[in-house]
Design a protein around this ligand. Structure first.
Ligand code: ADP
Length: 483
């Protein structure tokens, strides 16, 4: 990693005001390979003083960046995109090493991160205001779109590069400056992304990176009045806490929180496509995806056929280290994630559920869990209620469309839902009735940079991606001019 060269990619540093540096107090935190449980690197661990320094750097850089003509901001973001694409292999290798996902998925994520920078570079040049018809001849009315100011981005470990891109790229496109805090498990991928930002020549302070204990860093984001927006992806519990506390500073928040996606398969669906869809949605990233299928509902008359094909497909998945060739499912992020999957399966079985395949943690080093399908679980089981961040899917049958929709909506979450049917009218009816921010119709992977991503209900608020992504970093200023 060119810019963090001292110590190589295994020695992550903070990036503040355009300088790579250790934490002021010299603290570091280990970084672990979930495929082996071994320590593979370390990251400088910021304290509140480091976070405050990063906010100060972002605040100092803000007026200059906000005033930089949009085409210049766009050119800088395009350079970041180009470097990300050029360094795809090395960044993917870092990601797989600390996060565990199969290399092919890591490569795809780096490409998507580059796409976020590219798309938002283009969008930077389309930040339009309005002219508004006045009520009198002696006035002219304008609405300007201006950057909100310093923004803080808090990102999770499941998509350690693309979540940064999804928050950082639109913020910078809008003319905001940013301080990013990656998850403790995946700081080195963030360093690799920031190395591209540094080498692309973004002015010092425009984008800053502070990793470390979440509490003190979060406190700085929440209490420093210069931070005008917090964009967060993570658990609903932390999102609610951030929103409550952000209210004291009247800071904007955008929150992409947990999900519990239903996956509805109607009898008229292409069952093979549906099986491929379930596998792609549930087992990608070992099921550690907020839009991942968490509950599978199959129309009764095709349930047996679907179940048979699904179990065969899940049994065929190859589990292993993300850097091993041909692996479909990597390790979970850590041992407690394995405990979580195990607890959900044990609870399902204790309540009468049947494990159709998988169901166990795997022996040996690393945090692996077998890809699992469960049937016959009561609807109050943990797996039916609690977000499953692992390769486990429960299956139920339904009688008719109304029941399918009712059960799909019977959750506090509202991020993503999936419908498989070849009946267009049904697809439209069901899509409109689903209380979710994202619906995949015969599509298990609905995330693209140009479309709005986000949830309703306890899955959060605000949209990232698409033009709405940039809007989230813009303030409207109304100007009334007497002439
Ligand atoms: P997950 O279960 O996916 O790890 P979390 O909500 O715990 O979800 O973490 C998502 C991100 O939020 C991580 O970067 C984490 O460090 C951060 N985070 C967790 N707790 C806090 C907090 N109190 N203040 C600020 N950020 C936090």
């Amino acid at each position: 990693m060119q810019s963090t060269a001292v110590g190589g990619w295994r020695e992550g540093k903070l990036y503040i005001g355009g300088i790579w540096r250790e934490a002021e107090a010299g603290a570091v935190a280990p970084v672990t390979d979930p495929g082996s449980g071994e320590t593979i690197g370390r990251m400088a661990a910021a304290a509140a003083t480091d976070a405050a320094a990063a906010v100060a750097a972002a605040a100092a850089a803000f007026p200059g960046w906000a005033a930089t003509p949009a085409p210049e901001r766009a050119a800088a973001l395009r350079r970041v995109a180009r470097l990300l694409a050029e360094r795809r292999e090395e960044i993917a290798a870092v990601m797989t090493a600390e996060q565990g996902k199969p290399l092919a998925e890591a490569r795809g994520e780096v490409e998507m991160t580059a796409e976020y920078f590219l798309w938002n570079a283009e969008e930077a040049r389309r930040i339009y205001g309005d002219t508004i018809p006045a009520s009198s001849a002696g006035k002219r009315l304008l609405a300007l779109r201006q950057p909100v100011g310093v923004t803080a981005a808090i990102t999770p470990w499941n998509f350690p590069a693309s979540m940064l891109g999804r928050k950082l790229a639109p913020a910078l496109a809008a003319g905001c400056t940013a301080v990013c805090k990656p998850a403790a498990a995946t700081p080195l991928t963030a360093c690799a992304v920031f190395a591209c930002i540094h080498d692309a020549g973004l002015p010092p302070g425009v984008a800053n990176l502070v990793a470390g204990p979440a509490g003190p860093i979060g406190d700085v984001f929440l209490t420093d009045p210069r931070v005008r927006k917090i964009s967060f992806t993570g658990s609903t519990a932390v999102g609610k806490m951030l929103m409550r506390r952000a209210a004291d500073g009247m800071k904007r928040v955008s929150l992409e929180l947990g999900g519990h996606a239903p996956f509805l398969i109607f009898a008229d669906a292409d069952l093979d496509a549906a099986v491929r869809g379930v596998v792609a949605s549930r087992f990608r990233n070992a099921g550690q995806t907020c839009i991942s299928a968490n509950r599978l509902y199959v129309e009764a008359q095709v349930a047996e056929a679907l179940q048979e094909r699904l179990v065969a497909a899940v049994r065929a998945l190859r589990v292993g280290r993300g850097d091993a060739p041909g692996v479909d499912v990597g390790p979970l992020i850590d041992a407690s994630a394995v405990d979580g999957a195990e607890a959900q399966v044990a609870d399902a079985v204790a309540r009468g559920g049947r494990v159709l395949c998988g169901g166990h943690r795997m022996a040996g080093p690393g945090s692996f869990f077998e890809p699992t399908v469960i049937a016959g679980t009561p609807t109050d089981a943990l797996v039916a209620r609690q977000e499953t961040f692992g390769p486990v899917i429960p299956l139920w049958t339904f009688g008719d469309e109304a029941e399918a929709v009712r059960r799909a909506n019977d959750t506090a979450y509202g991020l993503a839902a999936y419908v498989y049917t070849r009946d267009l009218a049904r697809a439209i009816r069901v899509t409109e009735a689903l209380e979710y921010g994202i619906v995949g119709v015969n599509d298990p992977v609905p995330t693209v940079v140009q479309a709005p991503f986000g949830g309703v209900k306890e899955s959060g608020m605000g949209r990232e991606g698409g033009y709405e992504g940039v809007r989230g970093f813009l303030e409207t200023k109304f100007v009334s001019i007497g002439i």
